[in-house]
Design a protein around this ligand. Structure first.
Ligand SMILES: Cc1cc2nc3c(=O)[nH]c(=O)nc-3n(C[C@H](O)[C@H](O)[C@H](O)COP(=O)(O)O)c2cc1C
Length: 166
């Protein structure tokens, strides 16, 4: 089992692609769909990274919606976790990457420590539940409007995570 579990939910493949790129960038990591993960699986990883897109108006991606309760059953207390979110800042400026905020609430309730906060500079939006203290709770990718920036953002965030997971 890899040291880092990257758990994603993805409807059109964007979050899944980002998860796979993160596996390569982080090393000693594996990507798993939220549909195929149990609390025992989660407990087995030293570090966890959760990726989700936002759908509806600020809703969780469907597979996350159906399976988020696994976070209640896992032992997250004191565990270092990180988040990444996919969204569309031009199409949904009032609910930009809100799914990341919803998942973060669950993680915090379970006693996890969220690392990997990411600057909001370079994004244009009006509101998001995924910010805290002027930063995003994790990496934000926008394949609709800023696809050409994703690879660089992933590479930079992975280097940041390697330090924060140490
Ligand atoms: C019907 C619909 C609703 C969406 N709602 C939101 C939203 O509320 N907030 C947001 O940031 N992005 C929203 N998006 C954008 C998706 O999150 C974005 O396309 C994402 O890259 C999809 O990732 P996935 O293929 O991994 O599911 C929406 C897209 C669609 C088509």
């Amino acid at each position: 089992m890899a040291k880092i579990g990257i758990i994603f939910g993805s409807s059109t493949g964007n979050t899944e692609t980002a998860a796979e790129k993160l596996v390569d960038a982080l090393g000693d990591a594996e990507a798993k769909n939220i549909t195929e993960i149990s609390e025992d699986d989660l407990n087995g990883y030293e570090f966890l990274v959760f990726g989700a897109s936002t759908w509806g108006a600020g809703e969780l991606q469907d597979d996350w919606e159906d399976n988020i309760d696994v976070l209640d059953d896992a032992d997250l207390s004191g565990k270092k976790v990180a988040l990444f979110g996919l969204g569309d800042q031009e199409g949904y400026p009032d609910t930009f990457v809100d799914a990341m905020g919803t998942i973060a609430e669950k993680l915090k309730a379970g006693g996890a420590t969220i690392v990997g906060h990411w600057p909001t500079d370079g994004y244009t939006f009006d509101d998001s539940t995924a910010t805290e203290g002027g930063k995003f709770l994790g990496l934000v990718l926008d394949e609709e409007n800023q696809a050409d920036e994703s690879d660089e953002r992933i590479a930079k965030w992975a280097e940041q995570l390697k330090k924060e997971f140490a």
